[in-house]
Design a protein around this ligand. Structure first.
Ligand SMILES: Cc1cc2nc3c(=O)[nH]c(=O)nc-3n(C[C@H](O)[C@H](O)[C@H](O)COP(=O)(O)OP(=O)(O)OC[C@H]3O[C@@H](n4cnc5c(N)ncnc54)[C@H](O)[C@@H]3O)c2cc1C
Length: 326
């Protein structure tokens, strides 16, 4: 039975209204179990607004509603979920904390996520304690997924960059450790601020302790994105398609649309599309040269719709595909 322990949040930073980073210290005089970059841990808060299943929607998916007590108040209780660790093992060894990069979930039923809402609400008034399970788990690690490959292509969407941030920071901390492999990280979030780790990742790339290329893009480009030419545009799935010389998802949908309605919907989606644009200093062929399909493994994590599309690109280009499922 894995022990539950109570940690304390020592740093909480709102990256945007729906995205935050926080650092968790272990219980007093304790330490977190050793871990490898890419692993996760289960966290829990006891002040979550609980929900219950109301039924099943027309798409076959369950619908949830607030769970209420006999007086009509929403029930409060514990919720536990897994979170990828965004800190590097070297950072934890030095400082003791684990870092997390967490999105405020909004279900399609419009309710905020139970645990993510409680994590966002943490403050000295509501308590900065987070229960953790004293076990760090998962096989989404370089040793388990990338050992026999010369090139590693990470594709992260949103907070799905967390395991890759841990891996990249760890490789940097170890000074590359004589690792001859080429690492490329493609990461997309909605805005520049929401990339979350771009400053640190640009610094690691510039330090050149190991062969690393960082390819950030934003799916909702703003004036700010236009200023920093090191940041491209478009969803990760479409940027990846662009790198491998494939049409965007929206172009494919229009080509394959059958019937007027499907054709019109696909046409509208194409009109609204933020076309993939690489950072100003990079070309698709320069990136392709780093990720020869025969010697590359593509590791992805994040939004399930995007990762499904990324999987199909990997299959079309015969690249080994590895997924961290959230
Ligand atoms: C290995 C792993 C690593 C992860 N790492 C991260 C990370 O680094 N950052 C991050 O932001 N997220 C991460 N996640 C996702 C995270 O675990 C949570 O799923 C996410 O934060 C949403 O939790 P929530 O309680 O806020 O949402 P929930 O309230 O759990 O809502 C999420 C969905 O669950 C369903 N749901 C709602 N109520 C109920 C109910 N009563 N019973 C059952 N289902 C319900 C609904 O479909 C809803 O859309 C990771 C997941 C895994 C598996």
């Amino acid at each position: 039975m894995v022990q539950r322990k109570i940690g304390t949040v020592v740093h909480k930073e709102l990256v945007s209204e729906t995205l935050m980073r926080f650092r968790l210290r272990p219980e007093p005089d304790g330490r977190f179990p050793d871990y490898q970059a890419g692993q996760y841990i289960a966290l829990r808060r006891d002040d979550c607004k609980l929900t219950r299943k109301r039924g099943v929607g027309p798409d076959g998916k369950p619908i949830f509603e607030p769970e209420v007590d006999p007086w009509g108040r929403q029930t409060i209780g514990p919720v536990t979920h897994s979170y990828s660790i965004a800190s590097a093992p070297a950072e934890t060894a030095e400082h003791g904390w684990l870092e997390f990069f967490v999105a405020l979930e909004y279900g399609f039923h419009g309710l905020p996520g139970r645990l993510s809402e409680a994590l966002f609400g943490m403050s000295p008034e509501t308590s900065c304690e987070v229960t953790y399970y004293d076990r760090i788990a998962g096989t989404f690690t370089l040793s388990a997924r990338a050992e026999e490959f010369e090139c590693v292509l990470f594709v992260g969407t949103g907070t799905g960059v967390a395991p890759f941030v841990s891996m990249v920071k760890e490789l940097h901390a170890r000074g590359g450790g004589g690792d001859p492999r080429r690492y490329t990280l493609l990461h997309t979030n909605r805005t520049v601020a929401e990339l979350g780790y771009h400053d640190a990742l640009f610094e690691i790339e510039a330090a050149g302790r190991f062969d690393f290329m960082y390819v950030p893009t934003v799916s909702r480009p703003s004036e700010h994105a236009g200023v920093d030419k090191r940041i491209g545009q478009g969803r990760a799935s479409n940027v990846l398609r662009h790198i491998f010389d494939l049409p965007t998802t929206e172009d494919d949908k229009l080509t394959n649309a059958v019937g007027d309605v499907a054709h019109m919907a696909a046409g509208l989606a194409l009109e609204r599309l933020v076309h993939p644009v690489l950072p100003g200093h990079l070309t698709a062929s320069a990136i392709r040269d780093r990720v020869d399909p025969a010697s590359t493994v593509l590791l992805t994590c994040g939004n399930p719709v995007s990762t499904a599309d990324i999987k199909s690109t990997a299959a079309r280009r015969q690249i080994r595909f590895e997924l961290e499922e959230w």
